[in-house]
Design a protein around this ligand. Sequence first.
Ligand code: GAL
Ligand code: CA
Length: 376
Amino acid sequence: MKRKVISMLLATTMVMSLLAGCGSSSTETTETDTAEGTAAEETVEAAEETENAGELPILGAGIYSSSDNFNSYIGKAIVNASNGVFQTNIDDGQNDQSTQNNQIDTMLAKGASCIAVSVVDVTAASNIIDKCKEAGNVPIIFFNKEITDQTLLAGYDNCYQVTSTGGDYGAAIQGQMIVDYWKSHPEMDKNGDGKLQLIDIMGDPGHTASQPRADYVKSTIEDGGVALDLLEEDTGMWDTAKAKEKMDAWVSKYGNEIECIVAGNDAMALGALQSVEAAGFNAEGPDGEQYIPIIGIDALPEMLDKIESGEVMGSVLQDAKTQGQTIVKMAQNLTDGKDVLDGVAFELEDGAKAIRVPYAAITKDNLDVAKSTYAE
Ligand code: GAL
Ligand code: CA
């Protein structure tokens, strides 16, 4: 196999870094150690040892940023699912595309049999695909950050993506949860004007899911018969601290006029919670004196605690574990030359080389569904 040859050749100069990178046990053998045998013999031995030490193929995996909580959970799920199947560790792209490009070059140089990444910048996908082709048609699975240009995926047989379902990115479920809460909790309309005074904290505006999440949550609320009064809408960049900063200003401006806070992800919902709690809301849950229903997306473990305590109303599960397991199974199939969907519980979306893992509504009543997603 061409890739194997490349990796053997690279082993002549990169033995030590290879072994370090693969987490294999170390060896004394280097090219310069020529006391016994020729350098060439030593090199072959080293390459053989490398093959033996790392019997498992390499999955070159990376996330766009380790400061993104949800991506970190997918990374963990990939590592867990790779146990006994692939050697892997999760590279942190540090939210910098050139850093991630270098990481992918290194993965390919190490002889990775498949690449799986959430890209920093979706427009870099084409360049990354080219790298994989040049390295001997190495398969690539994109995850989380959706590559919307289907022609890119269609143009390379060994290219797929794994994300969550649908163009609404989970926000229709979120909107429906707000409608249901409004209908079952008349006290949500604090000022009795028949409208929902809402604050919307959006994700990174450069991200494919941000605008659709903001749009679908609002349209679903209105389609559900609830009139909206949008007090504020701005980005929190998917980030807890940035969302808290925005919310600090809004809570001091509107206080108890706020009837609901919706966030494009849980990290930002948790930032909003910190902010409102500092202003005297939510610590005692919905039965406390001052309460603002907050809802996010992802259903991260740290969010589940807050839903359980009543400080947060709910979230929408993105199933990191199933995504990680699906990515690894597809990578294994592609490595073994099998049908990519062999043993995979999902079908490809019509007209797209994409697996979509469904979202699910999470409240206090079904926390177990989300908990099991994050169990090891
Ligand atoms: C979204 C997720 C966010 C963030 C983002 C980054 O799907 O809800 O929390 O991880 O992806 O791409
Ligand atoms: Ca109202």
